[in-house]
Design a protein around this ligand. Sequence first.
Ligand SMILES: Cc1cc2nc3c(=O)[nH]c(=O)nc-3n(C[C@H](O)[C@H](O)[C@H](O)COP(=O)(O)O)c2cc1C
Length: 212
Amino acid sequence: MKEYIESLNWRYAAKKYDAAKKVSKEDLETLKQAVRLSVSSVGLQPYKVFVVESDEMRNKLKTAAGGNNQNIIADSSYLFVFANELNVNDTHVDKYISTISQVRDVAPEAVKGFSDYISGYLASLTEEQKNIWTAKQSYIALSTLINTAALLRIDATPMEGFDAQEFNKILGLDELGLNAAVIAAVGYRHEEDAMQHAVKVRKPLEELFVTV
Ligand SMILES: Cc1cc2nc3c(=O)[nH]c(=O)nc-3n(C[C@H](O)[C@H](O)[C@H](O)COP(=O)(O)O)c2cc1C
């Protein structure tokens, strides 16, 4: 546990990456496994995660990011794009239920109550509410990525400073019923990144927590 808190203190949202240092394929796999294991409401995982590696795609996306985020995208090793499902519906639920039934070797009827529950919940939401809900789930996966990277002593920068519509266009997300909700660069901090020396600013425990 001590190691985990140390990792969270070690990490910061890197502002300048060392393009000469690249995250290994092995570490990339660990990051992907962690994101895969991330929690989501009812376990639906209503998102896809794009891992941008090619310079060609990186350069295209860079232009749709704001200010210094362009440098972050250029010099980091990989860019993760968390894309939430739009207008999630019973097709997604059916696929999920069929996966549960296969993986756990149970008849689909045995999970019908759960399936109905999810469908009922989705039916109670407007399209906009559903899109907000799926975006929230992708942010949880983002958090898993950031914290796992810290344990591996890999730097990461979560970013909202980008043009989602442009990202959707460049990555072809519109056609897939997806939307770029949030992105994160992973790589290694540059020794000249002054932010690595900044003292972490967080609310004190007494202010953050209310015990009732
Ligand atoms: C959802 C989200 C969006 C963020 N967007 C950006 C961004 O666009 N550019 C950036 O440099 N940092 C971005 N950050 C980093 C935060 O500013 C940073 O995490 C926060 O100030 C706390 O500092 P620390 O992470 O260095 O401890 C974002 C963080 C989160 C969680």
